[in-house]
Design a protein around this ligand. Structure first.
Ligand code: B3K
Ligand code: ZN
Length: 869
């Protein structure tokens, strides 16, 4: 077991926020020399260190073969330091210490994709957040140690690209076969933002002039054949740079910005200073090879990583408990950016759908934790929907309350106070408070406690007094690890509508918060309270939580008629969607009759007009919650098959209710040139095609196959392929072979090919066995694993039958090879305890059996939490 580091690692390996201590030494500068060979890499490091507090000099290091260590020029003998599997500790070190180490590492056999690793035949890349740098060299690898990095990279000339953060200072030959480059990053940064890339890649170049007049060279590195797929990312990058100047007053601060694409990556992308490294899935975008949804994602991830330059890099986190400081804020920023790319209402629909599909279930189950947890075993397990998406919602709530101007004054204050520092969530809220002049300190409660609050509301109309009163109550489910739960501040954006005319009423009430949001916003921050509106001439229809103004579960006494009314009359597409979703939940989870929904959705006043004016919104209004989401709303006796049957019946009823509508829009609608309109048309036509099949329309398969063969657009091709494959159409086999031959060298397209087959409604264990033993299936490439596992998991009936073995097998296999991904995949089974018996006990037994077999902190922490219910 390891001796205590900072923060303290206790015997049970849990790290606590309360134990945070400043590092004993700071690092003024680090010189790194990384020499890559086929069978090893030599790393020489020189750290100029200064004592800050009492204590030993501690350098963290993992899987490093130490060759030598010198302090202030003198080599240390083995008894002058203590070395274990996690750290190198020197007692009584001088206050000014120049520490020089030489280690050997093995990126060529690093399957964990953390630290420096071989990512394909001719490419070495790094991933150092949160704790990968310690796998490259000995270092105080924690975010509150900021230093100036100078990096020399040396490799064989067959790897022509040598990159690291900052400015290129020097480059040249290192003998006949080898070459080198020296990079220096003038900005002080924590080690998790260090990156280097050594490989054989092509590059797309562009440039950008900042609002300060700085000319920035922009470069995107990828495989030669993928360079044409980098233009959308490049445009998104320039757009993001402008957007951050205009909305937050933040210009870019270096002379270059580089992005490198690799298919061997554990997550989406990484914001290393000036040298982002991206999963190909988040940078390559091309209508022929990737879907519209993937193209939208590329733009938002490009923006996200760019925005980190200020929220994350220039101002970073004091410790990893503060992760949501940078992630929650940066997600909020990228969501706002994306609201400018497509309709803001649809962007909000998509973001809330993700929140409800991932964060709400996480927060209601055994993996629930606060956006800022107060303890963890493995920080990699905390890159969660709660830290990211709920973290973003907390920022959105504060922004909603403040309105644009005050929020900007708050963020200006944050950048002014903390530039160049490693700070906490408290610092962020304090700066927002000081800058805006509005006390936001009660929002800290949101950061510190887990669970989705239940917001119960009731509306009562008093005809005699002409008043309408809304009363609110909030509550949270008890949590074993966080016992002192408090009421949170909940901004409730609301509107009242005239039930007869559908007109929005003017709100008369003194307790509404003043801001620049057009809706009334009521800040509800007690256990219970009410608000009364005066001069209300007749019983109104209320619309609560407009634009999803707070991440809560609303229980309001809407009738199905009220919801159908809101679906028709709400003024904003998001609120219409929200009404439709509430109506559908009543049908699926409370057994309400579906007729009111079917009448609303097939009403000539709703979709027929919208399909022409806003096809993207029309496609979203047809969303039916996934089986997985519905499952997350069921806490006991969950029967996957029963939910599947109900959902299928509803979809069939929608198909019938709209009669000729589907064929009409399939034939009449044509994608215009503008991307977001075209994306809407494609989404609608894909829905129409599947609805035609549900109607038993014999022409649907021929139309689908024709589209499949002739289109050059991946969203259309995949929409058609799905209809053929999922319905076992006679053309399905031909289409799958055709797709394979056409795209076999395009990994991202092939991911879709795997996914579609794994998600076949009748997929069984043999289907998955066929896919996972296919020559193109690769357990070393997380994207490919996720495509099959994600496809399988789209169908919970399968997840909870043969899927259990699939996910447990993966967790076991990846436990040592890639524990970050193994731990994540296992979470597909985290709601096992909601299943009806005997399935519940059967899955529990399988999880229990896995327990003694796992070694990594990642998988064992997840498994222990999952079994702790
Ligand atoms: N900050 C990285 C995530 C690192 C995950 C490490 N397991 C990407 C992002 O949020 O931008
Ligand atoms: Zn991020």
């Amino acid at each position: 077991m390891n001796i205590a580091a900072n923060p303290v690692v206790e015997a049970d390996q849990t790290v606590y926020l309360k134990d945070y201590q400043k590092p004993s030494y700071l690092v003024d500068s680090i010189d790194l020399d990384i020499q890559v060979y086929d069978n090893k890499t030599d790393v020489h490091a020189k750290l100029v260190m200064q004592r800050q507090t009492e204590g030993d000099l501690v350098l963290l290091g993992r899987d490093l073969e130490l060759q030598s260590i010198r302090v202030n020029g003198t080599e240390l003998s083995k008894d002058e330091y203590h070395l274990d599997a996690e750290q190198l500790r020197i007692a009584n070190a001088p206050d000014q210490a120049i520490v020089e180490t030489h280690v050997v590492i093995h990126p060529e056999s690093n399957t964990q994709l953390e630290g420096l690793y071989l990512a394909g035949d001719d490419l070495f890349v790094t991933q150092n957040e949160p704790e990968g740098f310690r796998k490259i060299t000995f270092y105080p690898d924690r975010p509150d140690v900021l230093s100036v990095f100078t990096t020399r990279v040396e490799a064989d000339k067959k790897l022509p690209v040598l990159l690291a953060n900052g400015n290129l200072m020097e480059a040249g030959e290192a003998g006949a076969e080898r070459h080198y480059a020296v990079w220096q990053d003038p900005t002080k940064k924590p080690s998790y933002l260090f990156a280097c890339v050594i490989g054989d890649l092509a590059v797309l170049k562009d440039s950008y002039v900042t609002s300060e007049g700085r000319n920035v060279a922009l470069e995107i590195y990828a495989e030669e054949k993928d360079i044409p797929k980098c233009h959308i990312a490049m445009e998104a990058l320039k757009h993001s740079m402008r957007w951050d100047e205009e909305h937050y007053g933040r210009p870019y601060d270096l002379d270059n910005y580089m992005i490198v694409a690799t298919s061997a990556f554990n997550m989406g992308a990484m914001e290393n200073k000036g040298l982002n490294i991206f999963n190909t899935s988040c940078v390559l975008a091309d209508e022929e090879y990737t879907t519209d949804a993937a193209i939208m994602r590329v733009q938002s991830v490009i923006a996200h990583e760019y925005f980190h330059n200020w929220t994350g890099n220039r101002i970073t986190c004091r410790d990893w408990f503060q992760l949501c400081l940078k992630e929650g804020l940066t997600v909020f920023r990228d969501q706002s950016f994306s609201e400018d790319l497509q309709s803001a209402a649809v962007q909000r629909i998509d973001d809330v759908a993700v929140l409800k599909a991932h964060q709400f279930p996480e927060d209601s189950g055994p993996l629930s934790h606060p956006p800022r947890p107060d303890h963890f075993v493995e920080i990699n397990n905390f890159y969660t929907a709660t830290v990211y998406e709920k973290g973003a919602e907390i920022n959105r709530m504060m922004a909603t309350l403040l309105g644009k101007e005050k929020f900007r004054a708050g963020t200006d204050e944050y950048f002014k106070r903390y530039d160049g520092q490693a700070v906490t969530v408290e610092d962020w809220v304090a700066a927002l408070t000081a800058g805006s002049g509005v006390d936001l300190s009660e929002f800290l409660i949101w950061y510190n406690q887990p669970g989705t609050p239940k917001l119960e509301a009731k509306g009562e109309y008093d005809a005699a007094a002409q008043t309408y009163t809304l009363s609110f109550k909030q509550s949270l489910k008890a949590h074993a690890k966080y016992p002192n739960l408090k009421a949170v501040p909940i901004p409730v954006a609301l509107a009242l509508f005239d039930a007869e005319t559908g007109e929005q009423l003017t709100l008369n009430s003194e307790v509404l918060v003043e801001n620049d949001v057009k809706d009334g916003v009521y800040l509800f921050d007690q256990d219970a309270a009410s608000i009364t509106f005066t001069d209300v001439a007749a019983q109104p229809v209320a619309s609560l939580l407009r634009n999803f103004s707070a991440p809560v579960n609303l229980e309001f006494n809407y009738s199905d008629e009220d919801l159908a009314f809101l679906l028709q009359h709400e003024t904003n597409g998001f609120n219409q969607w929200q009404a439709a979703q509430a109506l559908l939940e009543n049908i699926f989870l409370k057994d309400h009759n579906a007729q009111i929904y079917l009448d609303a959705v097939s009403s000539p006043k709703l979709l027929p007009q919208l399909v022409n004016t806003d096809p993207l919104l029309a496609s979203r209004l047809l969303d039916v919650p996934s089986e997985g989401y519905l499952a997350s709303r069921i806490d006991a006796d969950y029967n996957p098959l029963a939910i599947q049957e109900k959902r299928e019946a509803l979809l069939n009823a929608v198909a019938q209710a709209c009669k000729g509508f589907w064929k009409n829009i399939y034939q009449e609608l044509n994608a215009p040139a503008e991307f977001s309109q075209a994306m809407g048309v494609r989404a609608l036509k894909n829905i129409a095609l599947s609805m035609m099949v549900r109607q038993g329309d014999e022409s649907a398969f021929d139309l689908a196959y024709e589209k499949f063969k002739t289109t050059g657009n991946m969203s259309e091709r995949l929409g058609a392929l799905k209809v053929l494959v999922w319905n076992d159409a006679p053309q399905a086999e031909k289409a799958l072979i055709d797709f394979y031959l056409r795209f076999k060298d395009e990994a991202l397209s092939m991911d879709q090919w795997f996914m579609i087959q794994a998600a076949h409604p009748k997929a069984n264990a043999e289907t998955i066995a066929y896919l996972t033993s296919h020559p193109d299936y690769d357990l070393g490439v997380p994207n490919r694993i996720r495509s099959v596992s994600g496809g399988l998991n789209a169908n919970p009936v399968n997840t909870w039958s043969f899927g259990v073995q699939h996910f447990i097998g993966l967790a076991q296999y990846l436990d040592e090879k890639n524990p970050i991904v193994g731990s994540r995949l296992l979470q597909a089974l985290s709601r096992w305890y909601t299943l009806a018996e005997p399935q519940r006990s059967a899955v529990k037994a399988e999880l229990e059996a896995l327990k003694p077999q796992v070694k990594s902190k990642n998988v064992s922490e997840t498994l222990n939490s999952m079994l702790s219910v």
